[in-house]
Each structure stands twice: as structure tokens, then as C-alpha cells.
Design a protein around this ligand. Structure first.
Ligand SMILES: NC(=O)c1ccc[n+]([C@@H]2O[C@H](COP(=O)([O-])OP(=O)(O)OC[C@H]3O[C@@H](n4cnc5c(N)ncnc54)[C@H](OP(=O)(O)O)[C@@H]3O)[C@@H](O)[C@H]2O)c1
Length: 286
């Protein structure tokens, strides 16, 4: 059995991934309580102790609005700490799988177009800037995969789908942004992509890793309510109107659409977002 060190094993993605990988790999999971990735010596000692074949980093400071006010902490966790993992991974010859985000792009690309892995990142939010530093540091591992995901939701964490389901119980109508485009991605779909990367070990580098298909938050909410038989009305609003309602919120990309061409070329075909949503709701509404 190949050894895996899974960092951030109690997060939304990490929790599900741990449960799945344990069936096939010898997994050591760490959490903030057992391994703070900002502690370089502790990271190095853990990686040497486990001596894993794969190191997967699911730990991050993921509160996008929080990154604007807690920039230093976000930069340490999302950016600087990734170097600790990458350099130790290189020292033991491990393959490093790091999770990143669509927010490394400015998100202002014409919505007729999609972002490919070789396009120049230009983050506008603090979260995106810290995650880009994380990508630069992750690439210091000799063998690495940087998987950029987006609009992630899963059973184990707070997420957009859960928020909409909750709001629908408290309101007759909900206003949702209709000018931001992307691919809602279930943690189950991302886990399957990670598992296939681990099986196939394609060429090292960056891979866009979301569900197939593109939508807007507004249309996605309509799908959530349709599949969950909820009658709450969904009203489209612009990002500018949302910002007026929540002035502290971080600016979100208009275009978060990531091409999956590179994944397809290595034989990985993610689940369509509507199907992934249906599968998730079956579990969530049980
Ligand atoms: N959620 C999304 O919509 C989204 C979108 C694009 C990309 N991503 C990326 O996907 C990955 C997984 O996200 P997620 O939503 O599963 O995140 P999550 O649920 O917030 O989990 C992140 C985990 O990291 C832990 N952590 C924070 N600081 C740490 C530190 N210094 N050392 C060790 N662990 C630390 C957190 O612990 P505490 O909870 O105790 O703080 C938490 O368990 C992240 O890289 C994220 O940037 C997420």
C-alpha cells in the first residue's frame, strides 16, 4: 500500500478524501490541531516520519472575505506555508498534490472564453493573491500537481448549497448574483479527480479540476431548488447590487470558467455539475 500524508484531513474536502483514500492507501491524516503547516520544523519532521509517496494539502485559510481583513494569516497559511510542504516533499522524493483555486485569475475574461492552465494568473482578491503564492511555492516540489478547483461544496462543510437550502426555509424569495460564471464542484467530484491523478500520475503541473459545465450562481440556485422541490423564488441581481448590500464582501470573478481540456487529454472526465448536484442533494436531504 502506498503511503499518503493528507494535510487538512478534517476540512470539507480533506474529510471526504480521507475516508475514500483509506480504502486504497495507507493514509496519515493531520489537522490544524496536530500539524500547523506554518510550523516549518514540525512539517519537515512529520514528512520525514511518514515518508509518504503522496502528500496532499487540503489545508487552507478559505474564508474569502476574511482574507481581506486577516491578510497576514491568510498569506502565511495559503502562501508561505506551502513552501514548507514543498521543500520537505522534495527532500523525501514525495509527489505533492496541492489544491488551488480559480481566484488566481482576474475573472474579467470575455465570458465567451474559458481559462486554460497556461494563461497568466492575475488575482484581484487577497484570497487569490495568497493562493497564487501557494501555487508558486508548491511548484518548488520536484514532483507536483496543482489542482485548481472552484465553487466547492460538500457534505462536511459550510457551503453555498447548504446556505441556499437554509435561506429557502426562512424566505419566500432570495436574491442571487447572476453575472458570475463558473462550475459548481462537489467535493465528491474533486475526490474522484484526485484519485485518478494518483492512479495515472500524468505529467506534473497545473490541472483545472472542476465539474463539467458552466452556470451562474443564480441558475445554480434555481437548479438546487428544482432538484430539492423547493418553491422559494430566486431573483437575479448583479454583482454591483450585491456589493451595495454587502459592502465588506471581496470582489468575485465574473468569469471563473476553467477549461478541462488538459484533464481530458490525460483521460480524466469530471462529472457534469447538474449530476453532481443531484448526487449531493440525495445525501444532504436524507
Ligand atoms: N471552498 C471553496 O469554495 C473552494 C474553492 C476553490 C478552492 N478551494 C480550495 O480547496 C481546498 C479545500 O477547501 P475546503 O473548502 O475543504 O476548506 P476547509 O473546509 O476550510 O478546510 C481547510 C482546513 O484547513 C485547516 N487549516 C487552516 N489553517 C491551517 C494551518 N495553519 N495548518 C493546518 N491546517 C490548517 C482548517 O482548520 P480549521 O477549520 O480548524 O481552521 C480546515 O480544517 C483549499 O485549498 C481551498 O483553498 C476551495
Amino acid at each position: 500500500m502506498k503511503k499518503v500524508l493528507l494535510i487538512g484531513a478534517d476540512g470539507m474536502l480533506g474529510g471526504e478524501l480521507k475516508e475514500r483514500l483509506e480504502k486504497v492507501y495507507d493514509v496519515t491524516g493531520t489537522t490544524l490541531a496536530t500539524l500547523d503547516i506554518c510550523d516549518k520544523e514540525a512539517v519537515d519532521a512529520k514528512i520525514k516520519e511518514v515518508n509518504p509517496y503522496f502528500i496532499i494539502n487540503c489545508a487552507a485559510y478559505t474564508n474569502v472575505d476574511g482574507c481581506e481583513v486577516n491578510y497576514d494569516l491568510a498569506n502565511r497559511v495559503n502562501g508561505l506555508a506551502v513552501e514548507n510542504i514543498a521543500t520537505s516533499a522534495k527532500a523525501v522524493g514525495a509527489t505533492f498534490i496541492h489544491i488551488s483555486t480559480d481566484y488566481v485569475f482576474a475573472g474579467n475574461l470575455d465570458i465567451e472564453k474559458v481559462y486554460t492552465e497556461n494563461m497568466e494568473p492575475a488575482p484581484v482578491s487577497s484570497y487569490g493573491k495568497t493562493k497564487l503564492l501557494g501555487e508558486q511555492n508548491a511548484s518548488k516540489a520536484e514532483k507536483y500537481y496543482i489542482l485548481r478547483t472552484a465553487w466547492l461544496y460538500g457534505i462536511r462543510g459550510k457551503n453555498f448549497v447548504k446556505t441556499m437550502l437554509k435561506l429557502s426555509k426562512e424566505n419566500n424569495e432570495i436574491k442571487v448574483v447572476s453575472d458570475q460564471h463558473g462550475s459548481p464542484t462537489s467535493t465528491t467530484t474533486l475526490c474522484k479527480i484526485i484519485e485518478q491523478i494518483m492512479e495515472k500520475e500524468p505529467e506534473y503541473g497545473v490541472y483545472h479540476s472542476t465539474c463539467e459545465g458552466f452556470t451562474t450562481w443564480y441558475e445554480f440556485t434555481r437548479k438546487i431548488f428544482e432538484f430539492a422541490n423547493i418553491e422559494t423564488k430566486v431573483i437575479p441581481i448583479t454583482s454591483a447590487e450585491y456589493k451595495e448590500m454587502y459592502p465588506q464582501s471581496s470582489d468575485r470573478p465574473f468569469n471563473s470558467m476553467l477549461s478541462k481540456e488538459k484533464l481530458h487529454k490525460v483521460g480524466i472526465y469530471p462529472t457534469e455539475y447538474e449530476l453532481a448536484l443531484k448526487e449531493y442533494l440525495k445525501e444532504e436531504l436524507k
